[in-house]
Design a protein around this ligand. Structure first.
Ligand SMILES: Cc1cc2nc3c(=O)[nH]c(=O)nc-3n(C[C@H](O)[C@H](O)[C@H](O)COP(=O)(O)OP(=O)(O)OC[C@H]3O[C@@H](n4cnc5c(N)ncnc54)[C@H](O)[C@@H]3O)c2cc1C
Length: 242
């Protein structure tokens, strides 16, 4: 039986810039029940005239008691994301509902190697998995393939630059690669997944997240490399709403 989720108040504790267009929101949610890495919440905004808009956002980190983190990319002309990245201030309230999702999750007791494949803001739930692995002191080997437009779009840059035993990271740039990068800028390919991922016979659990186009392309490439369909979990960040 699925638990019926209720809306609850969340107060912005702190906001951090990840890039020029993305912000991490640290929210206090009284009575937060905890969550698994990979789950998301729905956020609801209500205007003075009673008009409401709601969108889904992945949880970016394991819960710290009643404190949760989201990372939101500004969609120009969007209804909700510009408010969350440019207008909201510490002390302001929004409503949230969650945690939501039971399939696109990584459990710290899992022993299978993990391949994370993220495009743009699709790295958010994958970062929650990396942080949950660290928090649990798990020795499970992780590989992250992070596709992004250009170096300035990198989320969690300082944290992901710190070496972490058992975590290998490959960056793929789609528009502009940093000087000296051997791989020319371009979309994710079979060779990228073969080089930066695990061989299919290691039977890794694969988590793929990003725009619908990115997720479909990456999942097809994983299948072509022989990864079993039941080991490929996907999350599409398409438009959401009421
Ligand atoms: C399960 C789930 C988790 C998500 N997690 C995150 C997250 O962690 N961080 C994050 O930034 N976003 C996330 N999203 C996307 C988020 O829910 C919104 O779709 C996004 O913030 C845009 O909302 P908006 O109200 O600003 O734009 P809207 O007013 O909904 O849309 C404005 C215009 O932008 C287009 N558009 C809407 N969403 C997108 C998109 N995602 N990409 C490209 N164009 C779009 C619309 O078609 C429309 O033309 C997630 C989506 C899902 C389904």
């Amino acid at each position: 039986m699925r638990r019926r989720l209720a809306w609850q108040a969340a107060r912005l504790h702190e906001i951090r810039a990840e890039t020029a267009t993305a912000r991490t929101l640290v929210l206090d949610v009284p009575g937060w029940p905890g969550h698994l890495a990979g789950q998301h919440v729905d956020v609801r905004l209500t205007a003075d005239d009673g008009y409401t808009a709601q969108r889904s956002y992945s949880l970016a980190a394991p819960a710290d008691g009643e404190r949760i983190e989201l990372t939101v990319e500004t969609v120009p002309d969007g209804e909700v994301s510009p408010y969350l990245t440019e207008v909201i201030e510490p002390g302001d309230q929004v409503e949230i509902r969650g945690p939501v999702g039971g399939w696109f999750v990584w459990r710290p007791e899992s022993k299978a190697p993990v391949l994370l494949v993220g495009g743009g803001s699709g790295v958010v739930p994958l970062m929650a998995m990396i942080r949950a692995r660290r928090q649990a002191d798990s020795r499970v080997p992780f590989r992250l393939i992070y596709s992004l437009r250009e170096p300035d779009r990198r989320y969690y840059a300082a944290e992901l630059r710190r070496p972490e035993p058992g975590l290998d990271i490959t960056h793929l740039y789609t528009r502009l690669a940093p000087p000296g990068t051997a791989r020319p800028a371009g979309r994710i390919t079979l060779a990228d997944l073969a080089e930066g991922g695990w061989p299919a016979d290691f039977a890794p659990d694969c988590y793929v997240c990003g725009s619908t186009g990115f997720v479909e392309a990456a999942a097809d490439l994983l299948l072509a490399l022989g990864h079993a369909p039941e080991r490929i979990r996907t999350e599409r960040f398409g438009p959401t709403g009421d």
